[in-house]
Design a binder for this molecule. Structure first.
Ligand SMILES: Nc1ncnc2c1ncn2[C@@H]1O[C@H](COP(=O)(O)OP(=O)(O)OP(=O)(O)O)[C@@H](O)[C@H]1O
Length: 267
């Protein structure tokens, strides 16, 4: 008997519809809609002042839109920074926000307490609570640091870290909470081209970790990084979506070339 294999579309992890943000008379975002499917990397790019940070802030709940709706996993939400964890969302910000007095290992382990899955490191190991939970978190943190190639810095304090290492620490701390959606704000900011390439490889691997359904949304200025890691790209200009598609489609889009790639940011 012939078997029929049907390939279903991945569920939509994050969905924005008709988002509008105004600052006084300035329209920072106008009718912005996008989707981040499960297991995909979606990038938002655009020239200076296009609205990237504002959009990131809307998703994180730092900025309330004047119009439009958001949903996580099909459920309408009104995001707030303190509620992101509940939705399985973790983020890294441009400012790294590491605890200066804690070691790298402790910083990353601290992120485990933010897991939306009932303390996942505890349940993974079948452990009850307290000291064992902390030990499990530290073990998970050490594993992540090794995976990121920065295990040698486990006992260092953040102020002593090279910037590229500190960025990886911030990423590890977000990832240890096992988020279903990871939001990255300008991950390439302040990095040189070799570091950006390494970061790109790391980001590209993120959806495949765990059950393969993790999604990543990044807001990024660096065209090379966004082109190399994203499955789908949304381009903003003056607060509006001017193009959306695969990296190849975006590269070939004349509107994008005019607004961004052909401008001073194309370097
Ligand atoms: N708090 C604010 N008050 C007033 N205007 C703002 C505020 N935040 C952003 N804007 C304006 O909104 C527009 C979008 O800004 P936004 O920072 O989102 O752009 P961006 O794409 O992130 O830019 P960049 O790449 O330079 O960081 C800009 O014109 C900016 O000046």
């Amino acid at each position: 008997m012939q078997s029929i294999v049907t390939r279903s579309e991945p569920p939509i992890r994050l969905r924005l519809d008709g988002i509008e943000v105004r600052f006084g008379g300035l329209v920072a975002l106008e009718d912005v809609s996008l989707q981040v499917p499960a297991g995909s990397v979606v990038g938002v790019m655009g020239p200076n002042g296009a609205g990237k940070t504002t959009l990131f802030n809307v998703v994180c709940g730092f900025q309330r839109p004047r119009a439009g709706t958001l949903s996580f996993d099909g459920r309408p939400v009104r995001p707030a920074p303190h509620r992101l964890v509940r939705h399985g969302v973790a983020r890294t910000l441009q400012g790294l926000g590491l605890f200066g007095g804690l070691t790298v290992l402790e910083n990353v382990a601290a992120g485990a307490s933010l897991s939306h899955r009932a303390p996942f490191v505890t349940s993974l190991l079948g452990l009850p609570s307290g000291a064992r939970t902390q030990r499990a978190a530290r073990d998970a943190a050490a594993t992540l640091l090794d995976e990121f190639g920065i295990g040698d810095y486990a006992q260092s304090l953040p102020p002593a870290l090279p910037y590229a290492v500190a960025k990886k620490v911030a990423l590890a701390r977000a990832l240890i909470s096992d988020p279903t959606l990871l939001l990255l704000d300008e991950p390439a900011g302040g990095l040189d081209s070799a570091d950006i390439e390494e970061l790109g490889t790391l980001i590209r691997r993120l959806p495949a970790r765990g059950d393969g359904s993790r999604s990543v949304m990044l807001v990024e200025h660096n065209v090379d990084l966004i082109m190399s890691v994203c499955d789908h790209i949304v381009v903003l200009d003056f607060g509006k979506v001017i193009a959306a598609g695969t990296p190849d489609e975006i590269r070939a889009d004349p509107l994008v070339a005019a607004a961004y790639l052909g401008g001073k940011d194309a370097a």
